[in-house]
Design a protein around this ligand. Sequence first.
Ligand SMILES: *Cc1c(COP(=O)(O)O)cnc(C)c1O
Length: 386
Amino acid sequence: MDTMARDNAYVANTYRRFPVSIVRGKGSLLWDEDGKEYIDMGTGIAVNTLGVADDGWQQAVTAQLGLVQHTSNLYYTEPCARLAEMLCQRTGMKKVFFGNSGAEANECAIKVARKWAAEQLGPEYTTIITLQNSFHGRTLTTLAATGQEHYHELFQPLTPGFVHVPAEDVEALRKAFEQHKVAAVLMECIQGEGGVVPLSPAYAAAVEEIVRANGALLMVDEVQTGNGRTGALYAYMNYGLHPDVVTTAKGLSGGLPLGAVLMNERTEHVLGYGDHGSTFGGNPVCCAAALYVLGCIDDALLMSVREKEYCLRNRFAASGGITEVTGMGLMLGLKTVKPAAEVVQRCMEQGVLCLTAKQKVRLLPALNIPMALLEKAADIICEVTQ
Ligand SMILES: *Cc1c(COP(=O)(O)O)cnc(C)c1O
């Protein structure tokens, strides 16, 4: 049996895979088992921040692998402590909880909000408001947070206490605060899975104002938008927001499973001994990888992300087959005349791996993708969308 047949026979049918079996990569290039080369414009869904097998990243990971690969959270390890310190220093947040994924980070944030609100506002303040068309994960509670009904149908009953309001509708949010005892608002600054839809700055500011007026928590889901993806270290920084809780995962450690919950001065003391935990969370190899990745996300890299966005937007503006470009930095959605799935299929044939998000083509290349490869990929995308 070859890989595809074996996988189809034995791996649960939860993913409709493309008929490509990836063997290896370097930087922003990938090769499949037939030796065909691809430019990677998806990075495993915004995970491989520095591309594949980046030299420095590989060195950081293998050095830690040679020391100790796991200890559990019963003991201290330097990479975990240093990463928490770096995250706090670069965001102004005060404390970090480490898990292994985006969904787990959001689960933790939800627990923080529930406990905080019960103590600070009263036990009836349990409601968490999220936005329609959002995506917050696949666990039962983060599915409940996710504002897309079609994810909910088969898995009732979900965790209660979530209310979804339409984005950009300030009155709907005000009304939700009047009608419910609200602990927190949880939102993505740019809805990723929902189709690369950024919040307007005016709406984001209004959310913060309403949250503050009601004494609730503002929690930002930076699982996809975080770690330099949008041209700022975290997307909320583009909006000038001051979140009480920030969750992130995907690109944080550049290809190893790591999630983080950042808590500010209002929320840093909410979780106490035994309130939450994770066997793998804060794994020293994943943390060593993340230390390297965050170390690379400096002002120069963030500037280059914005320059690459500008370059892509210019090319796509001149293309007749692309009618709209949404997103920020290297998280872009393309509305195309042809169906997005067809564009992605044709790109794959031409050696460019892209993603979809709802009806759009979604691009999430490595932050350090060389300009020449980015331009080549853009040309192929423009060509197949004609
Ligand atoms: C991918 C994603 C999640 C879920 O992350 P997992 O690591 O798959 O659990 C949560 N929120 C957002 C915004 C995401 O893009």
